[in-house]
Design a protein around this ligand. Structure first.
Ligand SMILES: [Zn+2]
Ligand SMILES: [Zn+2]
Length: 134
């Protein structure tokens, strides 16, 4: 299966080929801030499955010491839509933002992480695995 998606202004488009490894909801505070929403929905895949076109800006999240990059959050440099996060510490694994998909009917998350930061009103159905952190 192959999925396509784009940012709000359509300058960035992508194709994700093959099935994602998992579809994961992330409640972490950083995803809340970046998305302006209560959580992010992520298609976890190998970097090689993702084919991106268009210009992205990368924000590097570092640990408290500032020395190690642990997430690269990539977004359209025109409209700001989050497109993909690269998990620097898990080699070659990316998290494609499900909100950017052209057809969201295939999205069915069953794992949620960072429930420690979950907003109080959120109670998602269909979660097989709920983790306090990652
Ligand atoms: Zn855009
Ligand atoms: Zn997160």
């Amino acid at each position: 299966m192959s999925m396509t998606g784009r940012c709000l202004c359509s300058k960035v488009t992508f194709e994700l080929s093959g099935d994602p490894i998992a579809t994961v909801v992330c409640h972490c505070n950083h995803c809340q801030r970046q998305s302006g929403s209560a959580f992010s929905v992520n298609l976890i895949a190998h970097e090689s499955q993702l084919n991106l076109t268009g210009e992205l800006t990368t924000y590097e999240e570092r640990g408290d010491a500032g020395d190690q990059v642990y997430v690269r959050r990539r977004f359209c440099n025109v409209c700001g839509s989050p497109i993909v996060s690269e998990l620097a510490l898990s080699n070659g694994i990316v998290a494609v933002k499900a909100g950017a998909l052209d057809d969201s009917s295939v999205v069915s998350p069953s794992v949620e992480v960072w429930c420690v930061d979950k907003q109080g009103w959120v109670d998602l159905p269909g979660m097989a695995v709920s983790m306090e952190r990652e």
